[in-house]
Design a binder for this molecule. Structure first.
Ligand code: CP
Length: 314
């Protein structure tokens, strides 16, 4: 049975939360999913809370999803993007955040390019911090919404076989998904070109395959990642065309399997690279369900952490 509150004050990464925390987030998200499908999609739960959304990196889905989650919970929100802020004038992260907090903000949602930026902040400030992505490290709410969407589709995740395909080396989604799925008892495989698979990844208890057809045959669910060209300062792959030839998932590959598998992608998709359009838009794909579930899962995280906002640092 799950506990009734989170074990931590912050959501810095899936590494730092327990299976009970994940189960509690999923159960709470079930209630909020029902709320956001009502004609009036709003509850007064966080009406005395102000949340600052600090985005030091680009985002479409995560930023809009958090903002909608906050509005559905009746929180006040302020939005910050680094490109139009005084960060450009040389202000430090801590000074920026402390200035925003002095305006009586209760919670921070932050995306930052530096791995560990959230952990650093958590040692210096007293409000709840939710990691919306820290460089190549973790993207915990993406892993939670991925796990929630899998659970919605297949029931129990324990014992299910999930392959994460593509640029594992640069992906915060991959690491958070591995931590989340292992805590929930799934079998996890990573598949991609050897240059994009970290050397010591097996230490996390995952299988490794360099053959996409073998991986698809093995799995129940394929979570397919974007090739992150913006994080690659050397050529890990000869070209996107060659990547697509060897690792891109096409409809004919799914048709050859003797079972139906589920296709997921955190977005944004490079159509024709990781997935052909007839796979991304097929009945196998739950990509838009993932986006829908993101709002309910983020409402759950905000709600549960807000309940811990006056407690001592954890
Ligand atoms: N999945 C995800 O993090 O997408 P955005 O970069 O658009 O937020």
């Amino acid at each position: 049975m799950s506990h009734l509150e989170m074990s931590t004050k912050h959501l810095l990464g899936i590494k730092y939360i327990t299976k009970d925390d994940i189960d509690l987030i999923f159960q709470t998200a079930d209630n909020f999913k029902e709320v956001i499908n009502r004609p009036i999609k709003k509850v007064p739960t966080l009406r005395d809370i102000t949340v600052a959304n600090l985005f030091f990196e680009n985002s479409t889905r995560t930023r809009i999803s958090f903002e909608l989650a906050e509005k559905r919970l009746s929180a006040d929100t302020v939005n910050f993007s680094a490109s139009s802020s005084s960060v450009k004038k040389g202000e430090t992260l801590l000074d920026t955040v402390n200035n925003i907090l002095s305006m009586k903000v209760d919670m921070i949602v932050m995306r930052h390019p530096a791995p560990g930026a959230h952990l650093f902040l958590s040692k210096h400030i007293d409000v709840n911090i939710i990691n919306a992505g820290d460089g190549t490290h973790e993207h915990p709410t993406q892993a939670l919404l991925d796990g929630y969407s899998m659970r919605e589709k297949v029931g129990e995740i324990e014992g299910k076989k999930v392959v994460i395909v593509g640029d594992i080396l640069h992906s915060r989604v991959a690491l958070s998904n591995i931590f989340c799925l292992k805590k929930l008892g799934a079998e996890v495989m990573v598949c991609g070109p050897p240059t994009l698979i970290p050397k010591h990844i097996k230490k996390l208890g995952v299988h490794v395959s360099y053959d996409i057809n073998e991986a698809l045959k093995w799995c129940d669910i394929a979570n397919v990642l974007r090739i992150q060209l913006e994080r690659q300062n050397i050529n890990y792959i000869p070209s996107l065309r060659e990547y697509s030839m060897y690792y891109g998932i096409k409809k004919s590959m799914l048709d050859r399997l003797d079972k139906d598998i589920i296709i997921m992608h955190p977005g944004p998709i490079n159509r024709g690279v990781e997935l052909s359009s007839d796979v991304a838009d097929s009945e196998h794909s739950i990509i838009l369900d993932q986006v829908e579930n993101g709002v309910a899962v983020r409402m759950a995280v905000l709600y549960l952490l807000a309940g811990k906002r006056n407690l001592a640092k954890t």
